[in-house]
Design a binder for this molecule. Sequence first.
Ligand code: SF4
Ligand code: SF4
Length: 68
Amino acid sequence: MSKGAVVDFNKCNPSECTQGICPAVEVCPRNILKQDEPGEPPYRLMQCPACGDCAAACPLKAIFISQN
Ligand code: SF4
Ligand code: SF4
């Protein structure tokens, strides 16, 4: 697995986030996380600097950071 943030779509539930807007997308400093439409989960990540901000912002702990 590449280093970076990974969304667990078994845990992600956009309807429980503020108005369907993913808080993790909003905090990503590099705009790596994407959300095409409100209510859609953020796009799966391939690589990022693994800063961890998105994981900290996700209320359902649906994002984990791979350091490998
Ligand atoms: S904050 Fe977490 S649960 Fe909510 S849409 Fe984003 S990744 Fe999914
Ligand atoms: S770990 Fe940091 S850079 Fe990577 S997607 Fe999350 S917030 Fe963005």
